[in-house]
Design a protein around this ligand. Structure first.
Ligand SMILES: [Mn+2]
Length: 240
């Protein structure tokens, strides 16, 4: 029986639709990567009502929090700067509810890009509202021109889930983000760092949490073997 992964939908206003309520978008890379890793991806609507969350999480083996727009900075006690845009509390609250329920039911959680940031904020960490503007000495992280290409390296800690996955201490990754972790959340361990010291990977082995700031799903679309190994490890976490 293949493991079922709840891929969290991301609600946006559909630009081609007259309807004012949100449409959920998910890039193909997430579903493709999960299928290649042997799991079944189920798209979960971001408009799920609170009373259905427990049953929804019960029906799946793990959850994947994908990339998306910025998180409302009020969740980490900051006012939004002019460069923090398009945040939407409904998406934030939906993801926080799903994280809380997955933890309660001991279902593994994988976070990617915004997903890593959502996990960090959930555990009371904070974010740079723009890494390149706010972090002292930053390399370029907004490499939107090469989604499937290598943008920078990350150094991976030994004895981490990430290291278990790729068995490497250095990995070349893509980088398509403008925000990033400022203060690490409670109960999380930083396990991957870009050359400027930015945290690019976090995890908690006991709680079944694995998250990265880069986009392994886009690298899987470009046949990257290491990126696929990260999804395989996530699938193996659901088998325990
Ligand atoms: Mn980066």
């Amino acid at each position: 029986m293949r493991k079922i992964v709840a891929v969290l939908g991301y609600g946006i206003k559909n630009p081609t639709s007259a309807f004012t309520y949100p449409a959920d978008v998910i890039n193909a890379g997430y579903a493709t990567s999960l299928m290649k890793a042997g799991a079944l991806p189920f798209l979960i609507p971001s408009t799920l009502s609170k009373d259905t969350i427990t049953e929804t999480v019960k029906a799946v083996d793990g959850i994947l929090i994908p990339g998306g727009n910025d998180i409302d900075p009020s969740f980490y006690n900051e006012e939004a700067k002019e460069y923090t845009k398009d945040f939407n509390r409904n998406n934030d609250l939906f993801q926080f509810m799903m994280i809380e329920e997955a933890l309660a039911q001991k279902k593994p959680i994988m976070g990617i890009c915004r997903g890593l940031q959502a996990l960090n904020v959930f555990f009371n960490g904070s974010l740079y509202q723009d890494v390149e503007k706010e972090k002292e000495k930053s390399i370029r992280h907004k490499c939107y021109e090469s989604p499937e290409g290598v943008s920078h390296e990350v150094e991976i800690k030994k004895n981490s889930l990430l290291h278990d996955a790729v068995k490497k201490e250095r990995l070349s990754v893509n980088s398509l983000h403008h925000q990033g972790i400022r203060e690490l959340g409670e109960d999380l361990e930083a396990v991957a760092f870009s050359p400027d010291g930015l945290i690019e990977g976090i995890e908690n082995r006991e709680k079944g949490i694995l998250a990265v700031q880069w986009h392994p799903e886009a690298l899987v679309m470009a046949e990257d073997e290491d990126a696929l190994k990260i999804f395989r490890l996530f699938v193996s976490m659901m088998e325990r």
